[in-house]
Each structure stands twice: as C-alpha cells, then as structure tokens.
Design a protein. Structure first.
Length: 295
C-alpha cells in the first residue's frame, strides 16, 4: 500500500511550446483533482560536452551555472502554473540529466506525463531525439503531447479515439471514455479499415461486404465498452475505408484531444511506437494522448 497520489507531471524548459503544455497540464490536473509536478532538467550542452574531457574544473563551473539557470526556469514555470488560479497543488523540481529520461524515471503507472511537441534547442536530447519522442516511447504511464498554441484554456468538448479491437485499442478507449466523462465531452470512436480486412470472422477469400460487416462489428463492440464505462457520455462512431491513421486525423480536425493506443511490444520493439500512433502524433493539430497497455 502507498499513500502517494497520482500526479500530472509536466516537463518545462521555458520555451513557448513548453509553457503552452504547462498551461494544458495545469488545467488537466484541475479536471482530475490531481497535484501538478513541474520538472526541469539541467545538463551540459553538446558543444560543451565534446570539448570538456579532462577539463573538470571548467565543467563544474559550467554545470553550476546551468543548474542555477534551470532552477530559475523551473521557478518561473511553477509561478506560471500557480498564477492560473486553478486550485491545484503545484510543486517544482530541477534534476540533473536528459529531460526525456528524467520524466520517465520520475513517473509511475498511474501518473500522466505531459510534454510539448518540441524540445529545447541545443540540448543533448535533440541528438538522441526530442523529449516528446523519448517519453512517448519509454514512459510507463499515459503521455500527452501538446500541439498548438492558445488551446490550454479551451474546454475539452470533443475527444477522438482510434479503435481496432486490440488490447491496446481497448485500453485507449477506456482511458478516452474516462477523460470524456471528466470533461463532459463528446466521445468519437474511429475505425479505419483497408481491403482486404482480416477480422475475427473473415478471411481473404470472403467478399468485401462481409469484411466491412466484420469491421463494423469491431466498432460496435468498442462502442458497447465505452457505454459500459461511461453511459452518460455522448458517444458517436465513424467507420471509413481508409488507413487508420488518416481516418483518425480526419476525424480529429476539430477535436480537442486525440487518444491512441501503443502496442507495447517487448524487447527492442518496445522502443518503437506503432505506425498509426507515430503518424497521429506527428501530424495532429491538437493534444495527443498515447496510452500504454495496462499491466
């Protein structure tokens, strides 16, 4: 047993994108009645690291300056979150290390990690991949990547979730249904299918109409799950004969949040998002939630 509370954790670096993500995270913490934890990371820039071998004293003084700078960034982010007056408990922390990995290490399964779509320029993370990329590939908990500007204060009225009947899709569906219930939002289920469609009841030898019926059964089963979890939520379904990623992105044109599942394969594959999740994450114009499989 533990007395810890599930948190909304936000990675802050002082950029415009980070500040927008911070505002969105603060509003999400208010919707959840959860505390907001602001994390900022201090690390040597790549250009300094490359020439610092054997220069310990200079490296120490440089690192001290970077830590102090990032502590100021963190305090500014904490002050910004508190200034929103959302009645949310806000805490701050500055740690040493790469931002993406620090956020992953700090989070638990029941937390939510929020990051901006872009990372701070000139940091080591831009060589290894953006903070958003690292976190979405490695986090143990759901992750929201915030795209766009001026969206944080906008209420969540339409949530789009991609469904295909898989365990990962079902986890994303349940998460989206609970989010819709909290926000009193409309929930839109999207199932894109491409001929030939190999569902639970069809094979490649069956006619196109039968494959479409099987795809419709998958969508109907997902809608039933959503109604069981959140019967008060207005739920609509979209089925279209096109690739899943395009179907989700088309439906999300006027959405406030998009939710997709991560396959969660083991081994090396665990470091890679599925093609649908990756495409939606790269091209959506609103916040995207990546949901890891339940454990």
């Amino acid at each position: 047993m533990t007395d810890r509370h599930a948190r909304v954790i936000i990675g802050a670096d002082g950029t415009d994108g980070s500040n927008e993500a911070l505002r969105w995270a603060a509003h999400e913490a208010a919707r959840r009645g959860a505390p907001l934890h602001v994390m900022t990371c201090a690390q040597l820039p790549v250009t300094v690291e490359a020439g610092m071998v054997g220069a310990g004293a200079f490296a120490g003084s440089t690192m001290d300056a970077i830590v102090k700078e990032q502590e100021q960034v963190n305090q500014a982010a904490v002050d910004l979150a508190r200034s929103l007056d959302l009645h949310v408990a806000v805490s701050g922390e500055t740690v040493l290390g790469a931002p993406g990995y620090a956020l992953v290490s700090a989070s638990h399964d029941d937390d939510l990690v929020v990051v901006g779509a872009t990372s701070h320029p000139g940091r080591l993370t831009d060589v290894l991949g953006s903070v958003a990329t690292v976190v979405t590939h490695r986090a143990k908990c759901p992750v929201v990547v915030v795209h766009g500007q001026g969206i944080a204060e906008r209420p969540i009225r339409r949530i789009v979730v991609g469904v295909d009947g898989s365990p990962a899709s079902n986890d994303a569906l349940l998460w989206a249904a609970e989010a819709a219930l909290r926000s009193e939002a409309e929930l839109v289920l999207v199932h894109g299918w491409v001929y030939p469609y190999l569902g639970a009841r069809t094979t490649v030898s069956e006619p196109r109409d039968e494959m479409r019926l099987d795809a419709m059964r998958v969508l109907e089963a997902s809608a039933l799950k959503a109604r069981e979890v959140a019967p008060a939520v207005a739920c609509h379904s979209i089925i279209t004969e096109e690739g899943p990623a395009k179907a989700i992105l088309d439906a999300a044109a006027d959405a406030d949040l998009v939710v997709v599942g991560s396959r969660g394969h083991g081994g090396f594959a665990a470091l890679l998002l599925g093609s649908v999740s990756r495409t939606v994450l790269q091209h959506a114009q609103c916040p995207v939630a990546i949901i890891r499989p339940s454990r």
